[in-house]
Design a binder for this molecule. Structure first.
Ligand code: APR
Length: 267
């Protein structure tokens, strides 16, 4: 079995050593591809001032996810969860796309990138200009009523006291993000699987690969013979099983990739 790089694919159960290749080699692959899908995690928004969840300086050093982003705790005591969540949401609200987001938008413009599956809840891919963004874990720029499921933009609701309540039915509003103990929205899950199963290259950017089911998507891509390219300044849980590992920050590696692709295409 060969992939589009002409490389022999390894069966899934075989743990191959990932190899470091330079950006140029990946750029060559991307330049001739069209059905490329990106899977992004918290790392891509670090340069926008949003801290990642895990690792040094991660949000979960300050907050216990089981406390603040667990659906059962939230239902029991929404006010307590909201105080911590509001702090995170305030950062997200003012964050702007960084060069990594803009590079993915440029890849779409060039007809290379088809879709972005993001675990991030910050809406920055849409703001950067990507048109098909699958929000795997929701979006904290929106809230959802636990009773009537009405959805409101954060700016539309009164947050003077926490928790905020639904203007229509007075139910408790929750950030429209997927909490621990909740399932992935069905449409997002189905769209993500369809995108991943039909892509030629999967770009996996800034995720630790520790949270399922998103963590399995790169392997699903490999099952369907896509080349998996990972961009991360550190090795992740996914790294041993990707095809190419570009060690570096997304905001540096992605613009470099775009530049190289443009050079190759003579643009
Ligand atoms: N560029 C690229 N990657 C980076 C950068 C950067 N500038 N800075 C850090 N990273 C990498 C880290 O090395 C790490 O592998 O980003 C990754 C962030 O990992 P996590 O904090 O675990 O974020 P993520 O994988 O998105 O978490 C998945 O977990 O808590 C839940 O729902 C939450 O969506 C989140 C999910």
């Amino acid at each position: 079995m060969e992939d589009i790089s002409g490389k022999k694919k390894q069966p899934m159960y075989y743990f191959q050593e990932s190899k470091s290749v330079d950006v140029q080699e990946s750029a060559k692959l991307l330049a001739k591809a069209s059905g490329v899908v990106a899977l992004t995690g918290a790392g891509i928004s670090v340069a926008s001032g949003i801290r990642p969840f895990r690792g040094k300086g991660g949000l979960w050093e300050k907050y216990d996810p089981e406390e603040v982003a667990n659906i059962n705790n939230f239902i029991r005591n929404p006010a307590a969860s909201w105080v911590a969540l509001k702090e995170i949401m305030d950062v997200v609200e003012v964050a702007l796309p960084n060069p990594a987001h803009l590079a993915l938008a440029a890849l779409e413009q060039m007809g290379i990138l088809r879709s972005v599956i993001t675990q991030n809840v910050d809406g920055l891919h849409q703001e950067a200009g990507n048109s098909f963004v699958i929000e795997f874990h929701g979006n904290t720029r929106r809230t959802i009523c636990l009773e009537c499921r009405a959805v409101y933009a954060v700016g539309e609701i009164n947050m003077d006291s926490l928790p905020p309540y639904c203007p229509a039915c007075d139910g408790v509003l929750k950030p429209d993000a997927v909490f621990f103990g909740e399932t992935i929205p069905r449409t997002a899950l189905e769209q993500a699987r369809t995108e991943i199963q039909s892509c030629r290259i999967a770009l996996v950017i800034g995720t630790s690969g520790m949270v399922e089911p998103a963590a399995s998507l790169p392997f699903l891509a490999r099952d369907y013979n896509a080349v998996v390219i990972e961009i991360n300044p550190e090795r992740s849980f996914l790294t041993p099983r990707v095809d190419y590992f570009l060690e570096g920050r997304a905001e540096e590696v992605l613009p470099l990739l775009v530049e190289q692709i443009k050079n190759l295409a003579g643009k």
